[in-house]
Ligand binder design. Structure first.
Ligand code: 4NP
Length: 154
C-alpha cells in the first residue's frame, strides 16, 4: 500500500502541482492520511506558485493549488513510495537518476494507474490554451481516483 506519492513534471508549475492537490483532496475526502508532493525536473520556476492559468482552471473545479515549485532531488527516491512522471521524457530522466532496482521500481508513468488514459503522456499545457489545462485536470482526476482505489486501499 502506498502512503506517499510524488508527482513529477518538467517545470512543477502546471501538471504535477495539479496532481498533487487533486490526490490530496481526494485522500482527504476519504479520510486517508497520505503524504503528497510534487516537483520538476528543471529548476527554472523554483519558489513560484503554480501557473495562474492552471490555478484558475483548478479553482473552477474546487481545487486550490498553493504549492511552491521545487526541483527533483535524488533523496526523494528514499522518501516516497510512488514517484509518478507526467510524460515519457520525465520518466526517462527519473529512470536515469534512479541508481538501484528499488528506486527504479517506485517510478511509473502517472497514467499507468488510469483506465481512461492508460499509459498516455499528460500533455504539457504551458504553451497551450484553456482546453489544454482542462485536459490536464481531466487526466489527473482520473489518475488520482484510480490511484486511491488501486494503491491506497480505499
Ligand atoms: P509543467 O509545464 O512541466 O507541467 O510544469 C511546464 C512549465 C514550464 C516550462 C515547461 C513546462 N518551462 O519550460 O518553463
Amino acid at each position: 500500500m502506498a502512503r506517499s506519492v510524488l508527482f513529477v513534471c518538467l517545470g512543477n508549475i502546471c501538471r504535477s502541482p495539479a496532481g498533487e492537490e487533486i490526490l490530496r483532496h481526494f485522500a482527504r475526502d476519504r479520510g486517508l492520511d497520505i503524504r503528497v508532493e510534487s516537483c520538476g525536473i528543471g529548476d527554472w520556476h523554483a519558489g513560484q506558485l503554480p501557473d495562474s492559468r492552471m490555478r484558475a482552471a483548478a479553482s473552477d473545479r474546487g481545487f486550490t493549488l498553493s504549492s511552491r515549485a521545487k526541483q527533483f532531488q535524488p533523496r526523494y527516491f528514499d522518501e516516497f513510495d510512488l514517484i509518478l512522471a507526467m510524460d515519457r521524457e520525465v520518466l526517462k530522466d527519473l529512470y536515469k537518476f534512479a541508481k538501484t532496482v528499488e528506486h527504479k521500481a517506485k517510478v511509473h508513468l502517472a497514467t499507468a494507474f488510469s483506465t481512461s488514459y492508460k499509459d498516455q503522456d499528460v500533455p504539457d499545457p504551458y504553451y497551450g490554451g484553456r482546453a489544454d489545462f482542462e485536459l490536464v485536470l481531466d487526466m489527473m482526476e482520473d489518475v488520482c481516483e484510480e490511484l486511491i482505489v488501486k494503491k491506497m486501499g480505499s
